[in-house]
Design a protein around this ligand. Structure first.
Ligand SMILES: [Fe+2]
Length: 364
């Protein structure tokens, strides 16, 4: 119905093997599409890459697709954004890497998220891995914002606990980084702080009972709020580091943000302690009578405790990042697009390295 409302007739379904073969979600969507299903591309891996986008776009083109329905997490939705570009523009995906390079509407895209984290269903950003270059490419353009997002908590019920926690922490990092960003603004504050509130309350409920449909629904809303918040205000050093350890060592994006979160808060605390106080209040930390500085430090401690409670590893050491690569990671993070918007300007690799080293060791 949404597709018809958008005036499209042949949708390419983009998804992953797990969803296509181990659940009935994709089958339900293709049955609903009926003759409007141009075909199903189900080979999106957990950390998608440029070659996947090329392959999916070629498949869609051969099937005469005029639109895309993506079903999955951030990797699937970001792949579909890349496919949307190639189906409209043709050529090579790398040509469109960067900020606001497109000049017209891209292929119609309906997102059906099956994780509550990335917020990609409402953002103008796609992060796609260049496996050969061991880096993540950033595509940021208003023309790749999906046309419709369908939030159905039933679809996140089967998400395993570890992924529920890691993706939830990604959403939390979006809220926090949007509120502290160098490009922060009041609307992103409202969206980001409410995302923080919802995650604090509902992620523990999801961890206790993965079938809690109300809590799952609130987490989906929190993820979408977080995505909208950082679409306005951007993200910062947490994401710069998460992109690098994801590209170089395959650390899950949400987990990487989670591990580095408290360390980045301590690093930024001397310039945005007042913002950290707002986040601490939204996160339910009692900061009455505290200085802003102390409130920021309490927030960092509370986040580490929260991550422990939801069962996530707390150090890059545990996540498999070799200590010998931390210097190279710090260098690479400096050229990530997100670092520009960090609350505190960062230009010295030694500063990033100190954050990375602390995150590698984890809490004492
Ligand atoms: Fe993220």
């Amino acid at each position: 119905m949404e597709l018809a409302g958008l005036g499209r007739k042949r949708a390419l379904v983009v998804t992953d093997r797990q969803l296509a073969e181990k659940t009935d979600i994709v089958g339900r969507v293709t049955r609903a599409l009926g003759a409007a299903c141009a075909g199903v591309y189900a080979d999106v891996p957990a950390d998608s890459g440029v070659h996947v986008v090329n392959e999916a776009a070629a498949f869609g083109k051969a099937r005469g697709a005029d639109s895309i329905v993506s079903i999955g997490g951030g990797s699937v939705m970001d792949t579909a954004k890349g496919v949307a570009i190639l189906l409209t523009e043709g050529g090579s995906l790398q040509d469109y890497q960067g900020f606001q390079l497109l000049t017209r509407d891209q292929t119609t895209h309906i997102c059906i998220p099956t994780t509550a984290g990335t917020g990609s269903e409402v953002t103008y950003v796609a992060v796609i891995k260049d496996h050969e270059g061991r880096r993540k490419l950033l595509f940021a353009d208003y023309h790749i914002i999906p046309d419709v997002a369908i939030l159905d908590p039933q679809l996140t019920i089967g998400l395993p606990p570890r992924l529920s926690a890691a993706t939830g922490l990604d959403a939390l990092s979006h809220g926090i980084e949007a509120v502290t960003s160098a490009q922060r603004e009041p609307i992103a504050d409202a969206l980001g702080l409410h995302a923080v509130r919802l995650i604090r309350e509902h992620l523990p409920l999801v961890m206790k009972n993965g079938a809690d449909i109300a809590a799952r629904g609130q987490m989906l809303i929190a993820a979408t709020l977080g995505g909208a918040a950082f679409s306005n205000a951007q993200v910062g050093l947490m994401h710069a580091i998460a992109h690098v350890v994801g590209a170089r060592h395959g650390v899950h994006h949400g987990l990487a943000n989670s591990i580095v979160m408290a360390h980045v808060i301590r690093f930024n605390n001397d310039v945005v302690a007042d913002r950290h106080r707002l986040i601490a209040e939204a996160f339910g930390v009692d900061v009455r009578g505290c200085s802003d500085d102390a409130a920021g430090l309490s927030l960092a401690a509370a986040l580490t405790e929260f991550q422990r409670q939801v069962g996530l590893p707390l150090s890059f050491r545990e996540a498999g990042v070799p200590e010998s690569d931390l210097e190279a990671c710090a260098e690479a993070a400096l050229s990530d697009g997100s670092i520009v918007y960090n609350a505190k300007p960062v230009s010295d690799p030694a500063e990033v390295l100190s954050v990375l080293k602390a995150a590698w060791r984890g809490p004492a």
